[in-house]
Design a protein around this ligand. Sequence first.
Ligand SMILES: Nc1ncnc2c1ncn2[C@@H]1O[C@H](COP(=O)(O)OP(=O)(O)OP(=O)(O)O)[C@@H](O)[C@H]1O
Ligand SMILES: [Mg+2]
Length: 353
Amino acid sequence: MVDSKTSPGISVRNLYKIFGKNPEQYVDMVKEGMTKTELNEQYGHVLGLKDINIEMPAGGIQVVMGLSGSGKSTLIRHINRLIDPTAGEVIVGDADVCKMSAGQLREFRRHETAMVFQKFALLPHRTVLDNAVYGLEVQGVSRAEQIERAQRWIDRVGLTGFERSYPNQLSGGMQQRVGLARALTNDAPILLMDEAFSALDPLIRMDMQSVLLDLQKEIRKTVVFITHDLDEALRLGDKIAILRDGEIVQQGTGQDIVLNPADDYISNFVKEVNRGRVILVETIMKPLSGDPEGMGIVTGTTLEEAAKTMTDANTAMAHVTDAGGKPVGSLDIHDVIAAMVTPVAHEEAIAAE
Ligand SMILES: Nc1ncnc2c1ncn2[C@@H]1O[C@H](COP(=O)(O)OP(=O)(O)OP(=O)(O)O)[C@@H](O)[C@H]1O
Ligand SMILES: [Mg+2]
C-alpha cells in the first residue's frame, strides 16, 4: 500500500481570467474598474474571474459558492490548469501551476489531483471496479495493486458487492459513489469537486455529504468543493468563498458568513439558513459569573445540538468548556433559542404581534 501524501495548501493570488481573442489587452482596464458588462458590451470579451485571492487550507475543505455564471468552474479549472489564467498565480504547495512545463503539468494532474464531476463522467462500458482503477491503469500500476487499492475505496464508499456492475445498472447516488471511489483510488492529495453532488436527490445528496465528511476525517485531502447550495456549503466547508460575476464578495467560515453577511446578495443567501446548525455555543456564551452552572458543553458544539442536549437534560443553564474541560463561559437556553431564530423571522414575528 502506498502511503498517502501530505495534502498541500493552495493559494490563488491575484487571479484574472478574461475570455476572448485578446484577453491580455484588457487586464489593465479591468484592474482599473471596468465591469463585466462594459467589457462584454464594448469589447466583446467575457470577464470570467477578477482579482481572486484565496488561501485554501491544507487538508481542509474549501467551498466555492455562487450563482450560475459567477465563475466557480472557471476557478476550479485553474487549479489543475485546464484553464490558463490571463494574470495571476495558483500556488500548490510550493509550485506555481501556471509555470509548469507540459511534462510537469501532466505529472501534477496524474498524481496530485483527482476530479469528481456533476455528471459522474464514468466510462459506460467498464465495470465499477474498472472505472475505479482507470487512473492507476494510466499510471502503469500493476493489475494486482490496482485491484487492491480500488477495492479499499469501493468498500469505503459503500459499494461492496457492486464491483462487476456497470454504471447504467446503478442509481445516481451509487454512480457518484463510483466517481468518488475512482478519485480516491488515485490517492491524489487534492480533490477537485465541481458540483459533484448537485445532480442527486436531496436525501441521497445529504448521504454523500456524510460519506465525504466521514472519509475526510481520515484522508485529510485538500478538497475544493463547488456548489451553489448554501446548506451544502455550510455543512462541508472549513472555509467558504462566495463569488458573484467573477469576483469574491465574501470569504470566511460558515459562521462568519451567516453572522456577518457582507451585502444584500449574501444576506439573501443566508436568510433561509438554519442558524442553529451553523452558530457555535462560544459565539453566544456569556462570561462566567461565579461557579459554572449546570452541565458542561464543549466549544465547537452548534446551538442546535446544545439546545437538544439541554432540553433532554431538562436544564435551562449550562456552561461552556474548552476541549480540556475548563469552564470558559455560561449558556442560557433562552439565549440559545433566540440566536437560532433568524433575524428575518424575528422581525416578522414582531410585526405580527
Ligand atoms: N470558454 C469560455 N468562453 C467564453 N466565456 C466563458 C467560457 N467559459 C466560461 N465563460 C463565462 O465565464 C463566466 C463564468 O462561467 P463558469 O462556467 O465558471 O460559471 P459557474 O459559476 O461555474 O456557473 P454554473 O453554476 O452554471 O456552472 C460566465 O459568464 C461564462 O459565460
Ligand atoms: Mg460550473
